[in-house]
Design a protein around this ligand. Structure first.
Ligand SMILES: *Cc1c(COP(=O)(O)O)cnc(C)c1O
Length: 486
């Protein structure tokens, strides 16, 4: 512990990093303007370090954690693709980054134009008739979609109780269902990893408000009975909600509306270029079919005949406002730039490349690892570490071993219907060489499991923090650093 203190604490009295210029402002005596009891009696305890020390401190911190600028990040369902830096640069332009949300509509026409056009782009991509950019995450999009469903049924004088979700659903789906005032009704998967149609038929009735379905599903597979599923739900008076967080597999190839969905969210921070994973701001717009448009949140960005944009607030059927102001604007700029720069053909290529990369990895890993639902992989696939488990090594251990190889681990133990699941999503932005390096690491780890399984259970040994006590970390999480490690 004492050693840690020496490494972390770099301050030495008298060391300087900057020399501040003399203030041009007239010198005022602080004590004349601030109450005596609010004044400091001793100088603030600030670190005293040189500029190179500060630079090295932050550079070293930045590479302690894994990130996409460092190496491959195949975290399934999260679409940790590389995002072009120019999108960040453009979002940071003062014309975007310094406007104030309370500024008048007449002098932020450019921002409104971007929002209006981005909505249209997302409508084109999903085939939907209208869109809101307000929700700040996929999960909030789900919630808003459910509020819209609720209002739709209420206006028809109906009080329905259930939302059907597949057993492979992302955890946010049942959570949103409950927050939206419904109860989740789980439908099983069949032996091909798709919705079990018999089970679905047995659950659809007039108490079902709708179905929330991830397309492609969390096994990375296209729900190929989608038209039949949508008819079943629609015939019973329900609505179809598409969890579109995995749109990376579909953009330019097929559209949510054509498949029979009525509402879909789009994770801009996954598919449309915003760095994520560190808990920063996100954006989960939702797009809807024509007859649900009137329920979308206010304010809405609209355009007058003379080409002027304005914020429409008077929408009597709207579910109301769901985010402060208009959502996370800088994320919207990034998505706009990304879509504009790729164009129709570029977007199609993006999806195809994501699909090819996942299929390539699956093919290279299929002999060493069991792949329970192998047919029809799109942007990701799920490996089951059952063979490795027989040798005493869990998927958690494999994930830890990958850290030693300099990769982020895939998503593990999800979806729930695959034992020892490892969900791998390479995304389109990786080269074949990177994919091959990952394959080599996976095969090397598998080889060690066969010859020396104990060595894998010790991993990671090369990372700044070695294996944690998972239970203790969950129960007694302590993220605070104190200058008091003795
Ligand atoms: C990421 C994800 C979500 C939730 O999106 P957030 O923006 O993290 O709230 C929902 N469903 C699926 C399938 C996802 O991959």
């Amino acid at each position: 512990m004492a050693e840690n203190k020496v490494i972390f604490e770099k301050s030495v009295p008298g060391r300087w990093g900057v020399i501040l210029p003399e203030s041009a402002a007239p010198q005022i005596k602080l004590s004349d303007n601030i109450a005596q009891e609010l004044l400091r009696s001793s100088p603030a305890e600030l670190p005293e370090v040189t500029e190179p020390q500060v630079v090295r401190h932050y550079v070293n911190l930045s590479v302690k954690n894994h990130h996409i600028d460092k190496d491959f990040y195949p975290l399934g369902s999260c679409t940790m693709k590389y995002n072009p830096k120019i999108n960040d640069a453009l979002a940071a332009l003062p014309g975007f980054s310094t406007i104030h949300p309370l500024q008048g509509e007449e002098n932020c026409q450019g921002a409104l134009h971007i929002m209006f056009e981005l909505s249209r782009m997302l409508q084109k991509i999903t085939g939907m008739a209208d869109c809101t950019l307000q929700p700040s995450a996929g999960s909030q999009g789900e919630f808003v979609g459910l509020l819209i469903m609720k209002k739709y049924h209420e206006q028809k004088g109906e009080d329905r109780k259930y939302i059907i979700i597949p057993e492979t659903a992302h955890g946010t789906n049942p959570a949103s269902v409950v927050l939206g005032g419904y109860q989740p009704l789980e439908v099983k998967s069949d032996n091909r990893g798709r919705v079990d149609m018999d089970d679905l038929r047995s659950k659809v009735n007039e108490n079902v408000a709708g179905m929330m379905l991830t397309q492609p599903n969390t096994l990375g597979l296209f729900e190929d009975s989608i038209e039949e599923i949508a008819s079943l739900i629609h015939d019973a008076g329900g609505l179809m909600y598409m969890d579109g967080a995995n749109l990376n597999a579909l953009v330019g190839l097929c559209r949510s509306a054509d498949m029979g969905f009525d509402i879909t969210h789009i994770n801009l921070h996954k598919t449309f270029s915003t760095p994520h994973g560190g808990g920063g701001p996100g954006s989960g717009p939702i797009a809807v079919v024509d007859h649900l448009s009137k329920f979308l949140p206010v304010p809405r960005v609209a355009k007058q005949d003379n080409g002027q944009y304005y914020l429409q607030k008077n929408c009597p059927d709207s579910i109301g406002q769901v985010h402060s102001f208009y959502g996370n604007f800088s994320i919207l700029v990034r998505a706009y730039v990304y879509i504009k720069m790729l164009g129709d053909e570029g977007l199609k290529k993006m999806s195809r490349q994501a699909i090819i990369n996942a299929n390539y990895l699956k093919h290279q890993l299929k002999d060493a690892f069991h792949i329970p639902f192998p047919e029809g992989t799109l942007h990701e696939f799920v490996v089951s570490g059952v063979k490795q488990k027989e040798k005493g090594v869990k998927v958690l251990d494999i994930a830890k071993a990958l850290l030693d190889h300099g990769f982020h681990a895939p998503t593990i133990y999800f979806p729930n219907n695959v034992p020892e699941a490892m969900m791998i999503e390479p995304t389109e932005s990786e080269t074949r060489e990177t994919l091959d390096r990952f394959v080599s690491s996976m095969l090397e780890i598998n080889e060690s499991i066969n010859t020396n399984p104990e060595s894998i259970k010790q991993c990671p040994v090369n990372t700044p923090v070695s294996r944690l006590d998972e239970t203790k970390a969950n129960r007694e999480l302590n993220l605070r650093w104190k200058n008091d490690l003795s």
